[in-house]
Design a protein around this ligand. Structure first.
Ligand code: DQQ
Length: 559
């Protein structure tokens, strides 16, 4: 009987993967209640940055930094590979780039895919060479008729770029997707640091093989330290459609994202192609708390791609664990990819909006709904009838009148500091109100995602927090509380919050995706009891729930 079951599972995998080889799923550690069920991650071991997302011949691909030998970050790192027809259900394919040449023997670090004319995907990635120096390499599919892109061939002339003289050879990594100018020349940016300034180093090529360093970087930021995983892409200012990375149109704006000090920071601006310069609209990237972040919580080394099928740009980020390395070794896995997010520019043109791709809604099953409930000051409402540890929940609260909210103090410049001192248990006037997630019956463990509403002049200033301070009674877990500001006109009438809870991960989207905060939580109680979810109000003013919808979520094949 057992053998038959194993056989059936094996056959399913083979059918799903179109007869291609998939990763070994044996020895997956059992009984792990914190293990996410609908986020993409390989069956076991360590994962970090998303690499080379692409759509090719009917199949979506995501590659990622992967340690095939254990659940901690340890070189040599390879490129893991998963594929999907719908961006929700994934199969795990064999590793695509394995360090075995002098130009990458110590690791195949992050990189991107560019589609060359004739629908030919090509990988640019960072190799850590035999001298432990970082160089940029090229690889192409062995068989262009294989939509699963299983086999990749490294270019024998690698490396195709070595560090400029002014960059230390181990501070030179993570090439972007390349873009082609009106002049037919390809450009690519590579992350690095000069003195303490982060740099997006620019290279140009006519044939994608021979690259020359451009004198000036595309952009740089003072005193930020190294910039990892740059991403550079055009965005439409007229609609939510995504734009191909090589699209040339004077009306487009550009996003430059870089990863440093554990955050993904971006700025929107213009690309002056004739001067090979990115010019931010605002302050640019400063390394201060005023920088715009994709996500104000745990979300790093992200990458986008243009989905030509649905004309949208999709973003993925690496969500690290917040338990200890010892825990990760015991679990046998660490690191997940975020839910893919659609990304586009706000109507004001000043920030990006992110929203889980519509395919995520296919995972919704049992539904409960509430509307018109009044949450009196210091009260809560249990949301029952769904599995609180695997849920997609969205709530809209009626906004209080601007006049009754507290005055915002302009000296408050760092939302994270504000959230850390004003945790969910500190009562205010309009707020804290929001959701209590992964909560135990006795409330000793809970993660509160909430708002506090202030006003400044004639506008709302909304503080959105994800409070992990009570997420677990366990020691040795990172319980950092995160925060973001949302500025809104006085005429808005609701503030919404959507949280995707997948056991140990909580991805939250405030004000329809204007601020995102991701957290990892590992409550002790959850090993024994089921989790609960509540809407709560710990402010003195009453709050009305306009609508609340919650759906239990299906498991996906990502596991
Ligand atoms: N992760 C990769 C590097 C990148 C870093 C190594 C960012 O290429 O700079 O796994 O998380």
């Amino acid at each position: 009987m057992k053998a038959t079951v194993v056989c059936v599972i094996y056959l399913c995998c083979v059918i799903l993967s179109n007869g291609k080889e998939i990763q070994d799923t044996s020895q997956i550690p059992k009984n792990q209640k914190g293990r996410p069920s609908f986020h993409l991650r390989p069956p076991k071991n360590w994962l970090n940055d998303p690499n080379g997302p692409v759509y090719y011949k009917g199949v979506y691909h995501l590659f990622y930094q992967y340690n095939p030998y254990g659940s901690v970050f340890k070189k040599p790192i390879v490129w893991g590979h998963s594929a999907s027809h719908d961006l929700v259900n994934w199969i795990h394919l064999k590793n695509s780039l394995i360090p075995k040449n002098s130009f990458d023997i110590n690791s195949c670090f992050s990189g991107s895919i560019t589609i060359l004319p004739g629908n030919k995907p090509v990988i640019l990635y960072t190799g850590v060479d035999a001298k432990n120096q970082q160089v940029q390499n090229l690889a192409t599919p062995k068989n262009l008729s294989d939509p699963f892109l299983i086999e990749w061939v490294k270019y024998p002339g690698n490396p195709i770029m070595t560090a400029p003289q002014w960059v230390k050879p181990n501070d030179f990594r993570d090439p972007t997707t390349a873009w082609k100018g009106k002049d037919g020349i390809w450009r690519v940016a590579v992350g690095g640091v000069k003195n303490d300034s982060g740099v997006a180093i620019l290279y140009r090529s006519k044939d994608f093989v021979h690259w020359s360093l451009h004198d000036d970087p595309l952009y740089y930021g003072k005193n930020t330290g190294i910039w990892e995983c740059p991403d550079f892409y055009p965005v439409s200012v007229n609609d939510r459609n995504g734009v191909d990375t090589s699209e040339v149109d004077m009306n487009l704006k550009y996003v430059l994202k870089v990863s440093f000090r554990a955050h993904d920071v971006y700025t929107i601006g213009r690309y002056e192609a004739d001067k090979e310069k990115f010019v931010p609209d605002g302050l640019g990237i400063t390394g201060n708390s005023s920088d715009l972040r994709y996500d104000y919580g745990k979300f790093y080394a992200s990458k986008t791609f243009f989905d030509s099928v649905k004309k949208r740009r999709i973003l993925w980020g690496w969500i690290n664990e917040s338990d200890s390395s010892t825990d990760d070794i015991n679990k046998g896995w660490a690191g997940i990819q975020s839910i893919p997010r659609r990304v586009y520019v706000s109507t004001t043109g000043t920030q990006l909006i992110q929203w889980p791709i519509e395919e995520t809604e296919r995972l919704r099953e049992k539904h409960v709904t509430y509307s018109g409930e009044k949450l009196r000051g210091k009260s809560l409402l249990e949301i029952s009838g769904i599995t609180a540890s695997q849920v997609d929940i969205e709530v809209s609260f009626k906004m209080p009148k601007l006049e009754v909210t507290e005055l915002f103090n302009p000296k408050w410049d760092d939302p994270q500091v504000l959230c850390s001192t004003n945790t969910a248990w500190v009562s205010g006037q309009a707020g804290p109100f929001g959701l209590l997630l992964m909560a135990s019956k006795d409330f000793k463990e809970q993660t509160a995602v909430f708002f506090r509403i202030f006003h400044n002049k004639n506008r709302y200033v909304i503080l959105m927090c994800s409070d992990q301070s009570r997420s677990s009674v366990r020691q040795g877990i990172d319980k950092t509380t995160y925060g973001a500001f949302i500025h809104m006109d006085r005429n808005v009438d609701v503030i919404s919050l959507r949280s995707l809870v997948d056991h140990s991960v909580i991805e939250s989207f405030g004000a329809k995706g204007r601020a995102c905060i991701t957290a990892r939580v590992y409550p002790q109680f959850y090993m024994e009891q089921e989790a609960r979810v509540y809407a709560f109000n710990n402010g003195t003013l009453d709050v009305v729930i306009e609508t609340l919808d919650a759906w239990g979520m299906k498991k996906t094949n990502g596991n």
